[in-house]
Design a protein around this ligand. Structure first.
Ligand code: CU
Length: 152
């Protein structure tokens, strides 16, 4: 049985090496988020419209839901706070960079938690991202589920 025994030892060694390599890879990854921490139980969501909602009246109200986290105006550095960004018809912005400001990336730097929107007819996506005092997502990023709506 010595052959089987040594094969087993080799397998164990291979597994340990794989674990060590994985750990090194994880620690060698560049920062994938901003520098501002946030609690793990913080939760961001779009209260309305719901995913699949058909919008028949414009403008329509979009409201932002936030749990276990606070709102502070842009420029104010306070632990466990940030301000909302609404991403319209665009992918989730990079986690380590300042969120762009354009018609697809709306900033609510005064601490607003809702907005009246008017969009052209068709399908649209909405997603919320919290940003810190510098408009950079927190670590890890606090992002809502993306909802798809149809504007008639
Ligand atoms: Cu911002």
């Amino acid at each position: 049985m010595p052959a089987a025994d040594s094969k087993e030892k080799t397998n164990v060694l291979k597994k340990s090496l794989a674990c060590a390599a994985a750990l090194i890879c994880l620690t060698a990854l560049p920062l994938s988020a901003g520098e501002t921490p946030r609690p793990n139980n913080a939760y961001l969501y779009i209260g309305w419209p719901r995913d699949g909602q058909v919008i028949t009246e414009q403008p329509f109200r979009v409201w932002f839901g936030l749990r276990h986290f606070g709102i502070a105006p842009a420029g104010i550095e306070k632990p466990n706070t940030g301000h909302h960004h609404l991403i319209i018809d665009a992918p989730t912005p990079p986690a380590s960079e300042e969120i762009p400001s354009d018609k697809n990336h709306l900033h609510f730097g005064a601490g607003q938690s809702e907005v009246m929107l008017e969009l052209p007819p068709g399908r649209h996506t909405l997603q919320l991202v919290m940003g810190d005092h510098d408009h950079v997502p927190h670590s890890p990023p606090l992002v809502s589920k993306r909802v798809t709506i149809t504007v008639k």
